[in-house]
Design a protein around this ligand. Structure first.
Ligand SMILES: C[S@@+](CC[C@H](N)C(=O)[O-])C[C@H]1O[C@@H](n2cnc3c(N)ncnc32)[C@H](O)[C@@H]1O
Length: 217
């Protein structure tokens, strides 16, 4: 869904250590910028790549981002950390270059509903539509419990609309046949919990944008 990245500038919001961004630079991305609150970045990033330790809740007020535009803006499993996801996505939208788009992934909300139904002995529908937040121990550190607000597909779509974005494409990636054979436990997990959603989002062109593009011919 990202297409050819060659010669494209990329902003990766909630980039983790920046490993994925480094792969994109390896495929020809230019002016690659990663933002993450953890500040735990690759120690030797390739040329053409920089990192900012910053909060995705403040995208619209980060001095390092002022006046910059990007061909591709990534939110890979990071928008869930936004206090006000509409504000964060609006700020990203304002940084899109002409013909740019946002690539965003989020966990299938059905996954959490299935997990909660298993834990609570309830049904899928009860949990999917429940408004209660969801706390669970992470698989990577027993000492840490994560609390997440629940959301439905409609919630996701309404956030995109409110931020002035339209969904050009959505996908629910599956393992390839080879990967299924090689990692049957992963396929068993997918069969139960579905996985993630990927959205390619483009800005709606409202009146302001239309008049701008008319003036520029
Ligand atoms: C699930 S990880 C995804 C990392 C990376 N995008 C990937 O796909 O591998 C979520 C990332 O969001 C970052 N994060 C969480 N809250 C954040 C915030 N308020 N501002 C910026 N980054 C944040 C975390 O530090 C973490 O690196």
């Amino acid at each position: 869904m990202l297409g050819s990245i060659s010669g494209r500038s990329v902003l990766d919001v909630g980039c983790g250590n920046g490993g994925k961004l480094a792969e994109l630079v390896g495929e020809g991305a230019t002016a690659a910028l990663g933002v993450d609150v953890s500040g735990n970045f690759l120690s030797a990033p390739p040329p053409g790549m920089e990192f900012i330790r910053g909060d995705l809740n403040d995208l619209d007020s980060m001095p390092e981002l002022s006046g910059r535009t990007f061909d591709r803006i990534l939110f890979l499993q990071s928008l869930g950390y936004a206090r006000d996801p509409v504000r964060t996505l609006r700020a990203a939208r304002a940084m899109l270059a002409d013909n740019g788009f946002i690539l965003l992934t989020r966990t299938q909300p059905v996954r959490y509903a299935v997990e909660r139904a298993e834990q609570n002995g309830t049904s899928l529908g009860e949990e999917y539509f429940s408004q209660a937040s969801y706390t669970y121990r992470t698989g990577w550190n027993e000492q840490i419990a994560l609390t997440k607000p629940t959301y439905t597909m409609s919630d996701l779509i309404n956030v995109f609309s409110a931020a002035g974005l339209w969904i050009e494409t959505a996908d629910e990636p599956q393992l390839s046949e080879a990967a299924r054979r090689r990692y049957p436990h992963k396929q068993a997990w997918m069969n139960k919990y579905l996985g993630i959603l990927i959205f390619k989002l483009r800005p709606h062109h409202g009146r302001g944008d239309l008049s701008r593009s008319c003036h520029s011919g």
